[in-house]
Design a protein around this ligand. Structure first.
Ligand SMILES: Cc1cc2nc3c(=O)[nH]c(=O)nc-3n(C[C@H](O)[C@H](O)[C@H](O)COP(=O)(O)OP(=O)(O)OC[C@H]3O[C@@H](n4cnc5c(N)ncnc54)[C@H](O)[C@@H]3O)c2cc1C
Length: 499
């Protein structure tokens, strides 16, 4: 396939001479890009660079749960990275960082606290399922544990395992050019561009309204353009709103895959409810929290699978203060650009329709409208029609993580699946390096095809579980899903890649 890279050279880039060609440039210093870089260095490939659009690394993002499959993949990528993440994460099992901690780069390991549980309850407050948050409990069951860590701490921990000069912030990739004559790809970057809203980004916070949402994401002016990098291979780990993906898909039959699609679900949430009357607080404690820091409430009595997947789910969070998040199946226009009061009304309406108890609706009514946030969830669907050719790579560029298959976080699999991608891609690039196949287009293409044919079917399964919530429908389905996702033999997967 001819690479449909950006043809128009609208910008006159400060072109660098062809005296430096990296083996691999990774676009995006999120968890998946950094894990890929660590994995490559571990395997002796150190002529690499990671670039990120952020002007400076700073405290952004939500808490991410790393589950046995993601941790197994990370351990395979690099044992040190696995240990470092485990150490940095234990503090997040049941404690949030203070504002002072948030503003500092230091991540001091702290001893784990007693293990609480994440409890799922029906509308009557009865326990349907409870999941331990303890690393050890998961380890015993699945041969690997589970940790929670903030996106920023995950990024910082992984970033510190790489030499500082190999991770360059303030370089937003805006152009990808196939330079066949030099056997490489050129990435053009801008720096110090004005800060841009990114409606899809999962490392950004939710939106209060849409006024700043759909700005021109690629707008750039000549003066901002700074650097070009060249690489034999490019790993695009630039998240769900991937620029590289958009460029690869533009002007081709894959145009429809360029941008993420609205998944049909959004979150409406309020992190902090300052004034909860004592009576309501006691009721919530007794009936719903009962000592758990996090409880999911939904209507488990719905008989059909489609009604169940369309039913709102409410996450009640009891950490330093009480907050909640409601996942609702609503059209995009009903959340975008809406005021705090509109969001409140929408959440209440959805909870009312699904028969949620008065106490939970009362809690929502107490939310200060100015504290209300919304986050639509987007997806790059892994399922494609049969006659569609493979789409996660072009000859020298491969998409990983959210750039390939971003999805809503309902099964907590985004970063975990991204680590699986990183494990597979580093193994395959290692093979290319060992055979010195950097200029063998056929070998590179077949490596990336292997990656996609291994990973895409599994991603289809994970995305279906995420959108339809079928693992939640019965204990049997839950057990089957857990077995299928967490207990795979990663040695076998790697062996398969090396034949
Ligand atoms: C509320 C919420 C909860 C979640 N919970 C979980 C969970 O429990 N478990 C889990 O596994 N996943 C979870 N996820 C999903 C998880 O956060 C993502 O799947 C994961 O961060 C994807 O990693 P990534 O490295 O592929 O992309 P990202 O984390 O999005 O990182 C992309 C990086 O690329 C950079 N970038 C973007 N564009 C460019 C460009 N043009 N040039 C250079 N750099 C660029 C960005 O600055 C960023 O640093 C959750 C997501 C949300 C929103």
């Amino acid at each position: 396939m001819q690479i449909p890279y950006s043809q128009s050279m609208a910008y006159s880039f400060t072109d660098t001479p062809i005296n430096k060609i990296y083996d691999v440039v990774i676009v995006g210093a999120g968890p998946v890009g950094l894990a890929t870089a660590i994995g490559l260095r571990k395997r002796g490939i150190d002529n690499i660079l990671v670039i990120d659009q952020t002007r400076a690394f700073r405290q952004v993002g939500q808490i991410v749960d790393l589950l046995p499959n993601g941790l197994k993949a990370l351990k395979y990528i690099d044992h040190n990275a696995y240990e470092a993440v485990k150490t940095a994460s234990l503090t997040f099992v049941n404690s949030q960082p203070s504002d002072d901690e948030k503003n500092t780069e230091a991540i001091e390991p702290k001893p784990p606290k007693a293990s609480p549980e994440w409890v799922s309850k029906n509308l009557q407050g009865q326990i349907v399922r409870s999941v331990s948050l303890s690393f050890d409990v998961w380890f015993k069951k699945y041969g690997e544990g589970r940790v929670s860590i903030s996106w920023y701490d995950l990024q910082t921990t992984l970033r510190r395992l790489l030499p500082e000069d190999q991770v360059k912030p303030n370089h937003r990739c805006v152009n990808v050019v196939d330079e066949q004559e030099f056997g490489c790809v050129r990435l053009d970057c801008v720096s110090d561009a004005s800060v841009e809203a990114n409606p899809y980004a999962y490392w950004a916070d939710g939106q209060k309204n849409s006024d700043t949402q759909f700005q021109n994401l690629e707008s750039t002016s000549q003066s901002e353009i700074t650097t070009s990098f060249r690489a034999k291979l490019v790993v695009a780990a630039d998240g769900i709103n991937s620029t590289v993906r958009r460029i690869l898909c533009s002007n081709s039959s894959k145009q429809t895959f360029a941008n993420p699609e609205y998944s049909g679900f959004a979150a409406i949430y309020c992190r902090d409810l300052p004034d909860i009357p004592n009576e309501l607080r006691s009721h919530l404690e007794e009936k719903f929290f009962a000592g758990s820091p996090i409880v999911t409430v939904t209507n488990y009595e719905l008989s059909s699978a489609s009604a169940f997947s369309e039913c709102p789910r409410m996450l009640l969070i009891n950490r330093q203060s009480i907050g909640y998040l409601v996942h609702v199946p609503v059209p995009l226009h009903s959340v975008l650009g809406k005021s705090g009061s509109d969001l409140l009304d929408l959440a209440l309406q959805e909870l009312e329709k699904a028969g949620f108890p008065d106490a939970l609706k009362e809690l929502v009514r107490l939310s200060p409208p100015e504290n209300m946030l919304q986050r639509p969830y987007y997806i790059h669907r892994a399922a494609i029609s049969e006659n569609m050719s493979l789409a996660w790579s072009t000859p020298r560029v491969v998409l990983v993580g959210d750039a390939a298959h971003g999805m809503p976080p309902f099964m907590a699999q985004g970063a975990n699946q991204g680590f699986e991608d990183a494990m597979v891609v580093t193994t395959l690039i290692n093979h290319i390096a060992k055979e010195n196949h950097w200029d063998n287009k056929h070998a590179i293409a077949s490596a990336f095809e292997k990656y996609e044919s291994l990973r895409r079917p599994f991603m289809e399964y994970i995305q279906e579980a995420t959108l339809k919530q079928f693992p939640q429908s019965s204990n049997q389905a839950w057990l089957e899903y857990n077995q299928k996702v967490y207990t795979r033999n990663f040695d076998q997967i790697i062996e398969q890649l090396c034949v």
